[in-house]
Write a protein that binds this ligand. Structure first.
Ligand SMILES: Cc1cc2nc3c(=O)[nH]c(=O)nc-3n(C[C@H](O)[C@H](O)[C@H](O)COP(=O)(O)OP(=O)(O)OC[C@H]3O[C@@H](n4cnc5c(N)ncnc54)[C@H](O)[C@@H]3O)c2cc1C
Length: 437
């Protein structure tokens, strides 16, 4: 098999890989940076599977900074650079019960948003009913709702700077910009089989490296040959452990399957009316909405005149050592038995609604739901986005680049500076995130 040498190899051309490739090449113009990906195009894996909703409404100031600056950058790309990301400010609406709203975690969340200057608005039940007349806020005497542990809606927490975009267009932006400046053509259909672990210095003895030798990752072994580099960037998302486990690096991340189901509104006047809800945003549509119970949420899909229904279930669904094919299979019974009953209870407009399409992918969870960006033994890892990697992509890529350059601080969009080690495992300096969908 052939062998080639580069300065940097980036494995994975999802949102995080292409954004990282772009900033690394832009700020290190002399370096030979090779981007490799096992599928046949950029952004085809979990990035394409995402709901691509973006919000700055997090409880941790870390996630607030990562998302707020990234979202502002996306607005800049769309409005100033003219690259249409189909970014629409639908807003995010958390529907909460009285108990949830009064809980100390929600109060702390609001306090931290105020401190960071993140705008939000609280609606009471009457105000919500006025804006969304079809919302069911009264489960009194409803035995089914009681059996399903559904909590009554009492408040709405709304963020108007949040919205939705098209992840393919976002990936296309960073990828095209990277291609303009890179010296090395990105390669697709390249499956990285393992990281190249070598002794340093190499003694060329059988069975190297031994425990007493210094070791480093010196590149990757792939189905298209061996690629050597000083630094290997792993932006392999939910598949991080496949490459890190064998070399004894604990990624501290776990993957979990997530699914989206598409409902079309056009043939159902009640679903159309709900979609065209006025009063929350300038585009007059229902916001991205999270229900109080069971983790069910929906995203308005304005181009298709419909909705994407998802669920951020927690206890009860297994973490998986995900293989590519298994990850991509949605389960219709999951919609029918788990999501639909909840959805149609809160929003009777969805009664009888059946999916016209569906897909599945994997979240890459970190223990504190804050991403990881760190350098260890020649590998620069960017992962653990915990279901919100699209909305953090710009900031994470800038931090990865600063870390590569040995800069103590990374400058995020708008000039905000953060420690380039704040998302590392060893020097981690973050607050635990509690608002995970
Ligand atoms: C159903 C669902 C809904 C979501 N909703 C949202 C949302 O609303 N907002 C949001 O911000 N995020 C959302 N996410 C999360 C978001 O999709 C991820 O955080 C984001 O895509 C992570 O980007 P990535 O580049 O790390 O991952 P990926 O896009 O998965 O990219 C990793 C790439 O690495 C490649 N790769 C892996 N292993 C190898 C190998 N050995 N050799 C070569 N290539 C390899 C893969 O093929 C893939 O292209 C959602 C995810 C899912 C599944």
């Amino acid at each position: 098999m052939s062998e080639e040498t580069f300065d940097v190899i980036i494995v994975g051309a999802g949102a995080l890989g292409v954004a990282t490739a772009y900033y690394m090449q832009q700020n290190n113009p002399d370096k030979k940076i090779l981007l490799v990906e096992r599928t046949l195009a950029a952004g085809q894996a979990n990035t394409a599977m995402s709901a691509a909703a973006v919000r700055n409404m997090f409880s941790s100031s870390t996630n607030q900074i990562l998302t707020d600056t990234s979202i502002k950058c996306f607005e800049y790309i769309q409005n100033e650079l003219g690259h249409d990301l189909l970014f629409e400010k639908t807003g995010y609406l958390w529907l909460l019960s009285k108990e949830q709203f009064e809980h100390e975690s929600v109060q702390l969340w609001m306090k931290r948003m105020e401190k960071s200057g993140i705008h939000y608005k609280v609606y009471n039940k009457d105000e919500l009913k006025k804006l969304i007349p079809s919302l069911n806020v009264n489960f009194a005497g409803d035995e089914e709702a009681e059996l399903m542990n559904l909590q009554e809606v009492c408040y709405g927490l709304y963020g108007g700077d949040c919205g939705v975009l098209d992840p393919t267009r976002l990936v296309e932006y960073y990828f095209e910009e990277f291609k303009k400046i890179t010296h090395v053509k990105p390669r697709f259909g390249v499956n990285v089989q393992k990281l190249l672990l070598e002794a340093e210095p190499k003694l060329d003895l059988p069975g190297e490296p031994y425990v007493w030798q210094q070791k480093k990752i010196k590149g990757v072994v792939t189905n298209k040959g061996t690629f050597r580099a000083d630094v290997t960037v792993l932006a392999t998302g939910a598949w991080a452990n496949e490459l890190l486990d064998p070399v004894g690096i604990n990624s501290m991340t776990k993957a979990k399957k997530r699914q989206l189901f598409v409902l079309h509104a056009e043939d159902n006047p009640k679903m159309v009316e709900l979609l065209d809800t006025k009063g929350f945003n300038e585009i007059n549509c229902i916001p991205f909405t999270i229900l109080p119970s069971a983790g069910v949420y929906f995203r308005p899909q304005l181009q298709e005149r419909g909705y994407w229904i998802g669920c951020g279930d927690k206890f009860g669904r297994a973490y998986e050592y995900i293989q590519t094919d298994e990850m991509m299979v949605p389960e219709s019974a999951y919609y029918e038995n788990s999501m639909y009953p909840v959805l149609s209870k809160y929003f009777p407009a969805f009664e009888g609604a059946r999916p016209v399409n569906s897909w599945a992918g994997g979240y890459c969870y970190s223990p504190d739901s804050i991403p990881f960006v760190y350098m260890e033994c020649g590998v620069l890892v960017v992962n653990g986005a915990s279901g919100s990697g699209i909305m953090k992509a710009d900031a994470l890529a800038r931090i990865a680049d600063a870390l590569y350059r040995g800069e103590p601080e990374a400058e995020l969009f708008g000039g905000k500076k953060v420690s380039s080690k704040m998302l590392s495992i060893k020097d981690r300096n973050v607050e635990i995130e509690s608002v995970v969908i």
